[in-house]
Design a protein around this ligand. Structure first.
Ligand code: MG
Length: 440
């Protein structure tokens, strides 16, 4: 009895301290892989790639199995994550940005970083940005105090293109930036994962007494693949496996540091990827597991991603959440958990905190599929998915038929018709309300 009393007193004291430090707002870490597929982690069924740290993260948190990203390619998907909006709503739906683009994420849009900075969080973006490389679109103008990494993809480099095709006329170089300074051109990418992880650890340590938001967007396993010497030749899956193992190591380093610094139960950590595997590069691309399609397609393999949410003491460990969720839900969920107001402009995601914290399913919301060029391509409602392949449309029950093999269009003509009009209705609304992309 006495012990319990003491324990109660101690926890009351701890709660008091938390109130005193005003740290009831959790830290947030988003780890975003690039082109990692639904089937690339061992906790999502990969038979040869070992991801012990991510597997442990899933055991200690929630593993989502029907989690979508906003687009099947990099730039629009990143816009969706950071703004909570469909890429079309923020005008960034048409393909990926390149080193000669004159557009970017409109600085008028409010990112997760801006919401949290307003609440006094220290904010950092380390890794790949790819939302416009001109200064006005870059992280330092989108709510981040710090930036360290690439402005766009790791293959947008003459040096790398020449390795793929010795006759390549590609003329752009890939800068590596620290804040606004170019510290290297076409750098050796072998140590990119190591360097970004080191910077992330430094940021967490340096802000252990502040609230912080870390957006760690690893440029891997997007081609060209690079692993550090320590990881080269370690995976039976080949170089791709080495690269994913190294990302897994990075996740382990971050979770280990949070534990060591006593930040574990005050930090929400989210792991996911921007789009499906780039299978045209054969074994240098990943796996979508049982899902059809790959990066660039609106089959499930293009847009359904592994997603793990971990917050010890708040999110129960070992959960598998099968509700349909999306990367656009992350902004409103973080806003709720961090007690930050939502952006003033309309967003598409919804708060899923009660799903994560107490297993209460949120109101269902249809998910709209857009192609990599931003063209309307389908809708998901409940278990059903209407999807275009070129001009032809198909209807699948993606819960019974995860690989989209059995078309139900002729068996369910009423449903097919209803979903077709739902898709057009939702898109028409989007068109009416779509906002301008950022321009130079
Ligand atoms: Mg990508």
């Amino acid at each position: 009895m006495k012990r319990n009393y003491l324990k109660g007193l101690l926890s009351a004291f701890a709660v008091g301290l938390m109130g005193f430090g005003a740290s009831a707002q959790p830290n947030v870490v988003i780890i975003f892989a690039d082109d990692l597929g639904y089937g690339d982690l061992s906790c999502y069924g990969n038979p040869t790639i070992a991801t012990p740290h991510l597997d442990k993260m899933a055991q200690e948190g929630a593993k989502l199995t029907q989690f979508y990203v906003g687009a099947p390619v990099c730039s629009p998907s990143r816009a969706a994550l950071l703004t909570g909006c469909y890429p079309k709503r923020v005008g960034l739906h048409v393909g990926v940005l390149s080193p000669n683009s004159k557009t970017g994420l409109n600085p008028k849009e409010e990112t997760i970083a801006e919401l949290l900075k307003e609440e006094g969080y220290a904010t950092a973006c380390f890794g790949k940005w790819h939302l416009g490389h001109h200064d006005k679109f870059m992280p330092l103008n989108q709510g981040f105090d710090q930036f360290y990494g690439f402005p766009y993809s790791n293959d947008m480099s003459r040096k790398e293109q020449l390795k793929i095709n010795p006759n390549s006329k590609y003329k752009y170089h890939l800068p590596w930036l620290d804040q606004r300074d170019t510290i290297a051109i076409d750098p050796d990418q072998t140590n990119v994962t190591q360097k970004l992880t080191a910077r992330a650890l430094e940021f967490i340590s340096g802000n252990r007494n502040n609230k912080f938001f870390l957006y760690l967007a690893y440029p891997m396993p997007h081609i060209p693949l690079y692993a550090s010497e320590k990881f080269q030749g370690t995976s039976p899956r080949g170089l791709y496996g080495d690269v994913v193992s190294e990302l897994d190591w990075g996740v382990g380093e971050i979770l280990g540091l949070l534990k060591k610094k006593g930040l574990d139960d005050n930090t929400l950590v989210i792991f996911t990827s921007d789009n499906g595997p780039w299978k045209v590069f054969k074994t240098h691309g990943g796996s979508a597991g049982p899902l059809r399609g790959a990066k660039g397609t609106t089959w499930e393999g293009g847009v359904r991603e592994p997603a793990i949410f971990r917050w010890p003491g708040h999110i129960n460990g070992g959960q598998q959440i099968t509700d349909v969720t999306s990367a656009m839900d992350i902004l409103p969920t973080i806003a709720k958990l961090c007690k930050a107001p939502l952006p003033s402009r309309k967003i598409d995601g919804r708060d899923i905190s009660s799903l994560l914290l107490s297993n209460e399913s949120p109101e269902e919301r249809p998910f709209i599929y857009y192609t990599k060029m931003g063209k309307l391509a389908g809708v998901r409602e409940g278990a059903f998915k209407l999807v275009a392949d070129g001009d032809a449309y198909y209807l699948y029950n993606v819960e019974e038929d995860i690989s989209e093999e059995y078309d139900l269009k002729d068996k369910k003509p009423e449903l097919y018709k209803r979903m077709m009009s739902l898709m057009h209705e939702l898109d028409a609304e989007m068109n009416r309300e779509a906002r301008e992309v950022g321009r130079l």
